[in-house]
Design a protein around this ligand. Structure first.
Ligand code: GLC
Length: 540
């Protein structure tokens, strides 16, 4: 079906933490395949699978050493194919995460490139001579420190936007492009339904390697190492290639908090179908005004394109942890599920969101797995911070906190694995798990399921415009309308009752579709919302 992605519910599987099928403490394809019925019953239309290619896993697979092989941690090519076949059998599509910007330093291309100045692959990566005996320019890595690493053998620096083991490819080289386009064809030929393109806005860097400027706080502005106009040309070429296969989707991770920067990449006709940008996901502290402002920004600044709506992913603490407190986590999980599933856009659920899962805190650096956390810890120690301070900084900078294993049931290791998992399971797993929630009508999981069913049957929610989008006193209110159907969403993020007038609705009668706080609704002119109520109604 053409444009299926416009109405789809995407679900991110961070493969390492989803489900361990072979008992080694690491999630894998056998595990995912086992859980497809669960995903189907939730109402997932498309899985986004984080990288599973062969990799030294310095950045958990975002450092690929062979684009044509499955990493042994996750299974075999046959396991992948079985998974794909079983997903398709259930009418669930699969997009795979593809890292085009960089390869692992263990990729044969880089090993060859590094071997000598004359290597035929030297120009596949970005090599520069030292400047004044030091780094070629001031570009900073998005993890920690300089983005340049010295190679004493050939006496040049190579460029890496992320860890030094993630080496940036030179996309100005036609052979690089050709090699990567071959990778794309290989996976499309396997029958996948599209790609999530990792940091797609980083592909090109300034040809003159100009120094980046700084803002007034001394933070580097990444002006010359990302978002170059030439990247859009590559995106268009990429799109042409993908369009040779019917009904595929390109979701590009555009690493920015600024919607205006993401907008040029989104173009239903010739660029990306969807952009995965971070104006909502980067909100750290609960702030209704900010959330509202960013929702509006998606409306105003994407040239009418469909935004992606998400607050969590494997790159940030879970939103229930970020925004909730000990008293309101379940309410927050439900309020945000309603926002994600009813706002105009394409919802992305991160594994465990549907259970209201919360983060873990890594107490000992030995247990930290994320490269960003480890690098932040090392820097803090170098700067003289105490152990406690350094581990706190590492937890904040690192991304292990939200990558904790999915809590399936109350058995040991939460049913994720039969052995010690690669990252600790959250201690709350006995209370908070999928099995328990599936048996509780009022659980977060069942709230998601009901809402998803409602959404799938409502044209207004699936493709209607907003006709009112308001925010007042910790309350977000909007109407979605398509043809004769009109739905209204009320999200009371406060711990107080809120009276709202129904004037804007222009309806004779309203019918409640779902609420996390009440069984029935009897309202004509006003509604008295319960504290933390998420209410969805249809106008008759
Ligand atoms: C993306 C991924 C992130 C990774 C980075 C570098 O932002 O989501 O996990 O560390 O790219 O590949």
């Amino acid at each position: 079906m053409k444009n299926w992605w416009k109405k789809a519910i995407f679900y991110e599987i961070y493969i390492r933490s989803f489900c361990d099928g072979n008992g080694d403490g690491i999630g894998d394809f056998i595990g995912i395949t086992k859980k497809l019925d669960y995903l189907k019953s939730l109402g997932v239309d498309c899985i986004w699978l984080t990288p599973f290619y062969k990799s030294p896993k310095v950045d958990n697979g975002y450092d690929i050493s062979d684009y044509y092989e499955i990493d042994a941690d996750y299974g075999t090519m046959e396991d992948f194919e079985t998974f794909l076949k079983e997903a398709h059998k259930r009418d669930i599509k699969v997009i795979v995460d593809l890292v085009l910007n960089h390869t692992s330093d263990k990729h044969p291309w880089f090993i060859e490139s590094k071997s000598s100045l004359q290597s035929p692959k030297r120009d596949w990566y970005i090599w520069k001579d030292p400047k004044d005996g030091g780094v070629p320019n001031n570009w900073e890595s998005f993890f920690e420190g300089s983005a340049w690493e010295y190679d004493s053998n050939t006496k040049q620096y190579y460029y890496h936007a992320f860890a030094k083991e993630q080496v940036d490819l030179n996309w100005r080289n036609e052979d690089v492009k050709k090699a990567m386009f071959d990778v794309i064809k290989f996976w499309l030929d396997k029958g996948i339904d599209g790609f999530r393109l990792d940091v797609i806005n980083f592909l090109m860097v300034d040809e003159q390697f100009k120094d980046n400027p700084y803002d007034e706080k001394g933070k580097q502005i990444h002006k010359y190492d990302k978002d170059l106009p030439e990247t859009l040309d590559i995106v268009e070429e990429l799109r042409k290639l993908v369009d040779q296969y019917p009904d595929k989707v390109l979701v590009g991770e555009v690493g920015t908090e600024n919607v205006l920067e993401a907008a040029p990449y989104l173009d239903e006709e010739k660029r990306l179908h969807l952009v995965f940008n971070f104006n909502l996901g980067s909100i750290q502290k609960f702030d209704v005004n900010k959330i509202f402002k960013e929702l509006k920004s998606l409306e105003q600044n994407l040239n009418g394109g469909l935004p992606t709506i998400f607050f969590s992913s494997h790159d940030m603490p879970r939103h229930v942890t970020r925004f909730g407190n000990d008293n309101n986590r379940e309410d927050m999980a439900k309020l945000f599920s309603m926002l994600i599933l009813t706002a105009r856009g394409v919802p992305f659920i991160y594994q465990g969101d549907e259970l209201g899962m919360t983060d873990i805190y890594i107490k000992d650096i030995k247990d930290m797995r994320d490269v960003a956390g480890i690098l932040a810890y090392e820097k803090a120690i170098k700067e003289g911070k105490t152990e406690d301070e350094a581990i706190k900084i590492a937890n904040e900078a690192g991304r292990d906190s939200g990558r904790n294993p999915v809590q399936w049931d109350s058995s040991r290791y939460a049913g994720f694995s039969l052995t010690t998992p690669w990252l600790p399971v959250n201690e709350n797993y006995k209370e908070l798990n999928a099995k328990k929630q599936s048996e509780d009508e009022n659980s977060v999981l069942n709230f998601y399921k009901k809402l998803i069913r409602i959404r799938k049957n409502s044209d207004a929610l699936l493709q209607g415009e907003y006709i009112v989008l308001q925010n007042k006193d910790d309350l977000i209110y909007f109407i979605r309308k398509s043809g004769n159907e009109k739905c209204a969403v009320f999200l009371n993020f406060s711990d107080e009752y809120k009276e709202v007038s129904l004037d804007n609705l222009d309806a004779d009668k309203i019918e409640m579709l779902i609420s996390n706080k009440r069984e029935v609704l009897d309202a004509k002119y006003n509604i008295r919302l319960f504290p933390y109520e998420a209410l969805l109604v249809r106008c008759l």
